[in-house]
Design a protein. Structure first.
Length: 298
């Protein structure tokens, strides 16, 4: 009877020992994993083991912030407004050239100026090339000294003309060439303009005359005429040029003024006015050296 009892105890002991070994073996692999917490509907805490959703501008579900909608809307409005303005200025028929107005002329007519200007009627007013119109007028009409091309909205181009004024007249072949204060020959007329002195260029054949040339001498004479005081210009009959530095102004009543060259014109004009006041009865005035003037004759 003792044998079986001992065997059962041994078996029980062996079973207990096997159970303990299994438990120790399981414990040696590390602690058991805890279950993953579930995400509560009311909680913003993401579940463990899942990457949070991207919310940046490059993410798949990026959303435009409410504050950024205003600038975008204004940009779209500005773009549409600019396109509309361009269409009104260049594409529509509202702002196109239909009239040309000319002002400032005394000898030229408005028709002459308009024809030479060749303003493109029917073109958009904003696209008219004002510089091209000015160049055409100055090239085709030498009488024009300057012109302002003005856009007058919505349909008009204005041409404000300044004409050249003759300072001397050069007689040639029974006609008279008008020369302005810069020495520019700008017109030839049949009748001499009243109150404008004649220009007489004497061809002395001197080396100085060959050096400067006739055109340069004409410019110097015109320069002298432009510098004359107004009260003297009214009495001037002719300006005689012998050489570059020998220009004489011939007045009424056989009076003469030795002017010299065309240089220092303003100083010479002031000196001449003083001489006329001090010795108005003299016949000959010399202002070629304005610091040392002289008078003679009575």
């Amino acid at each position: 009877m003792a044998g079986p009892t001992t065997a059962r105890r041994g078996a029980a002991k062996n079973g207990k020992s096997k159970s303990s070994g299994t438990a120790r073996s399981s414990g040696s692999a590390g602690p058991a994993r805890r279950p993953k917490p579930s995400r509560s509907p009311s909680s913003g805490t993401p579940r463990r083991g899942r990457a949070p959703r991207r919310s940046g501008p490059g993410g798949p579900r990026a959303r435009l912030r409410p504050g950024a909608r205003g600038p975008l809307l204004w940009a779209v409005v500005s773009l549409l407004s600019g396109a509309a303005a361009i269409w009104v200025l260049y594409g529509s028929g509202w702002l196109r050239v239909t009239r040309v107005e000319v002002s400032g002329t005394t000898v030229l007519t408005a028709a002459q100026v308009s024809e030479a200007a060749r303003v493109p009627l029917g073109d958009p007013l904003a696209s008219v090339d004002a510089d091209a119109i000015e160049e055409r007028l100055l090239t085709r009409l030498k009488r024009i000294e300057s012109v302002d091309v003005v856009r007058s909205w919505p349909h008009t181009i204005g041409l404000k003309v300044t004409e050249r004024r003759p300072k001397v007249l050069l007689e040639k072949g029974g006609k008279f060439i008008e020369i302005d204060g810069s020495g520019v020959r700008f017109a030839t007329v049949d009748q001499a303009v009243a109150g404008v002195p004649r220009l007489v260029v004497e061809d002395s054949g001197s080396p100085g005359n060959r050096r400067f040339g006739v055109e340069r001498l004409e410019r110097e004479a015109a320069r002298v005429a432009a510098d004359l005081p107004a009260e003297v210009r009214r009495d001037t009959r002719a300006i005689r040029v012998r050489s570059y530095d020998s220009i004489t102004v011939e007045l009424t009543d056989d009076r003469t003024i030795a002017w010299g060259s065309g240089e220092r014109g303003e100083a010479k004009a002031r000196t001449l006015v003083a001489l006329l006041k001090a010795a108005g009865g003299a016949k000959h005035f010399d202002v070629s050296a304005p610091a040392a003037p002289a008078v003679s004759g009575s």
